[in-house]
Design a protein around this ligand. Sequence first.
Ligand SMILES: [Zn+2]
Length: 70
Amino acid sequence: MLCPWCDQEMKEGFLQSSRGVIFSEEVKEGFVLALREGDVKLTKHLWSTPRAPAWHCAGCRRVVVEYEDG
Ligand SMILES: [Zn+2]
């Protein structure tokens, strides 16, 4: 995949965390994230570490993530 910002080849891998990762339009406070309408769960885990397919551009230090619904 070519980086949409700088057109260089991106490295394919995974966004991974010991906890789930979400996208939200505002900063959330607190230890446990409460999902609200509009929040997007990026990682998925079924008997494994939460992860999602991702591509990394070292040139502009950006990551593109592919997530599934649910
Ligand atoms: Zn880039």
